[in-house]
Design a protein around this ligand. Structure first.
Ligand code: ATP
Length: 245
């Protein structure tokens, strides 16, 4: 489903590369949590995977097809296959638009057949937002509701893969539990970026640990959490354990 080989991404000619030869394979049907400390390269890897930025070296394939930045037309297949929840998801909704319009937007952009209003109601219901409130603007909703509306927008076109950058990091414990249950019940393959190794464990799929632009550990979450091999993974795990109760 996702194959990343030898990917390098360099922002400054002489500085350390943001991605320094990333190798990562994610077969269809396996969820992945991409973890790493701040600056490890997680968001950069997502942007390269989504064709938003070029790789300076290496190859990226999604669903067997090569990914590289291009026109909206040439990337239509990728936009149809992948739903994206951006970092700071709630504020990514257009404040001037009724939320129903924002949620329907991918259907319009991808020119998909069917009744958009019916699909918007369906997907808002799935994320536990009252579909009767679709004509209200984002300001009428709480932060947690806005996050779920952004999730609905990412899911409205029934993508095969959902990519979310720090979707759960700002959420309180109750909302986190709620979102986690929602995400794992979707039946859509997940690629979640997070600082939080405990969250990666709760997803119960695979974990890939990124450090200084390289994948230093990759395996089933239970194994990685029980017996981390890489120093960076141990640091992340110990940081979780040190958090006050
Ligand atoms: N557009 C950019 N221009 C220049 N440098 C960048 C750019 N984007 C990222 N970087 C640098 O690349 C490195 C990786 O950044 P990236 O945002 O991918 O890390 P991250 O793991 O997602 O961090 P965080 O968890 O803080 O979001 C950092 O050193 C960052 O400063």
């Amino acid at each position: 489903m996702i194959e990343v080989h030898g990917v390098v991404r360099r922002y400054r000619r002489h500085g350390a590369p943001a991605l320094d030869g990333v190798d990562l394979e994610l077969p269809a049907g396996r969820d992945l949590a991409l973890v790493g400390s701040s600056g490890a390269g997680k968001s950069t890897l997502l942007r390269v995977l989504l064709g938003l930025e070029p790789a300076d070296a290496g190859t990226v394939r999604v669903l067997g097809r090569p990914v590289a930045p291009g026109s909206a037309r040439s990337l239509r297949w990728l936009r149809a296959a992948v739903g994206v929840v951006a970092q700071d998801a709630g504020s990514s909704l257009d404040p001037r638009w009724p939320v129903g319009r924002s949620v329907a937007e991918p259907l319009r952009l991808l020119d998909l057949p069917g009744d958009p209003a019916a699909r918007v109601r369906e997907v808002l219901t799935a994320v536990d937002v009252d579909p009767g409130a679709a004509d209200r603007r984002p300001a009428a909703f709480s932060g947690g509701q806005r996050q779920r509306i952004a999730l609905a927008r990412a899911l409205v076109h029934r993508p095969t893969l959902l990519v979310a950058d720090e979707l759960l990091s700002g959420a309180d414990a109750v909302l986190r539990g709620h979102l986690l249950a929602l995400l794992t019940g979707l039946g859509t393959q997940l690629l979640l970026v997070t600082h939080d190794l405990a969250l990666a464990g709760a997803l119960a799929g695979d974990v890939a640990v990124l450090a200084a632009g390289r994948v230093v550990e990759h395996g089933p979450a239970v194994d990685v959490l029980r017996a981390p091999v890489a120093a960076e993974t141990r640091l992340l795990r110990d940081a979780v354990l040190r958090l006050p109760a």
